[in-house]
Design a protein around this ligand. Structure first.
Ligand code: MLT
Length: 302
């Protein structure tokens, strides 16, 4: 019989609040499995009885994988379950970087008590003028569930899309869309694209992949989007490039003081998968995986 208990509702403790203070250890000790979203489990002592951990999301960098392997704990994730939610956020980020909707909305709010705001708007709107994404080149680094969806949507919006993924063949990329230009090396994306979006996991090999050197290869005024993981981007190099105008805008879903305080950034608090639909999909897939494993020993997304 499957029983669930919510020990740590994320809404009460905040995104990084998964600390031992909040975990009722004695209750977790009784559980056979843990289902977790973004909270870090690295500081937590893994209970001895746990057989499996399901991550309601794609990235598993919040789970101590080495310790799990040593303890024989199977780790599941939910690939693709939140892909549409994140994709919509990336497309929104690209549009927000191109059109100063945020600046325009703030300006109207500031002038809300001015009865001539309508007339004034016609004079002021020049400062909020932007550009269109149609016809621009988008580089998608990582063509997994999210990257592929972003690429296909961008094609429908009239962008020229370049895709890079060292783990898939040209044939597989073409199955995603005939119109994605499959690029064999990431440098070509850096050199060619007006917009570059990251859809790769955080690994030793991807950490800091947006570095001083990679930025130097990019076009002046490139827009960077990072809805994958904060540490993919070397912060010091990025801030320098934003200051110099080399990077026109950095749109990210990872809030940290350096980036939030820097010029020309649009930062959201890890909202990519925060939609009712994505949360339901992830939770259902995670529970399905746990059930299949605990009840029948079946393993799919581990
Ligand atoms: C993911 O890895 O899929 C996201 O971080 C999900 C989330 O926001 O929980």
């Amino acid at each position: 019989m499957f029983q669930y208990q919510c020990l740590n509702p994320i809404s009460k403790v905040g995104l990084d609040g998964f600390t031992n203070d909040y975990i009722k250890t004695e209750e977790i000790e009784k559980a056979d499995a843990i289902l977790v979203r973004s909270a870090s489990m690295h500081e937590m002592k893994l209970p001895e009885n746990i057989q499996a951990i399901a991550r309601a999301g794609a990235g598993v960098n919040n789970i101590p994988l080495k310790d799990c392997a040593e303890q024989g704990i199977v780790v599941f994730n939910t690939p693709g379950a939140n892909a549409n939610g994140v994709k919509e956020m990336v497309i929104a980020g690209m549009l927000l970087a191109s059109r100063d909707i945020v600046g325009g909305v703030e300006w109207v709010k500031q002038e809300k008590d001015n009865e001539n705001v309508g007339k004034l708007a016609e004079k002021q709107k020049k400062q909020f003028a932007g550009c269109e994404i149609k016809g621009k080149k988008l580089g998608v680094i990582g063509l997994g569930a999210i990257g592929a969806m972003v690429a296909n949507t961008a094609i429908y919006l009239g962008m020229e899309v370049y895709g890079y993924d060292p783990y898939i063949s040209v044939d597989t990329a073409w199955k995603l869309s005939r119109e994605i230009k499959h690029i064999a090396n990431v440098e070509d994306i850096f050199k060619e694209c007006d917009y570059i979006t990251l859809h790769v996991p955080l690994l030793d090999s991807t950490k800091g992949m947006i570095s001083k050197d990679s930025i130097a290869m990019m076009k002046d005024g490139v827009v960077l989007l990072n809805f994958s993981r904060d540490l993919l981007v070397d912060e010091t190099a990025l801030v320098e490039a934003l200051e110099a105008g080399k990077v026109k805008k950095y749109v990210t879903d990872f809030a940290n003081p350096t980036v939030a305080g820097a010029k020309n950034t649009l930062v959201t608090p890890h909202l990519g998968a925060s939609t009712a639909e994505s949360e339901d999909n992830c939770a259902c897939m995670a529970v399905k995986e746990l059930r299949a494993y605990l009840e029948n020993g079946n393993i799919h997304n581990s």
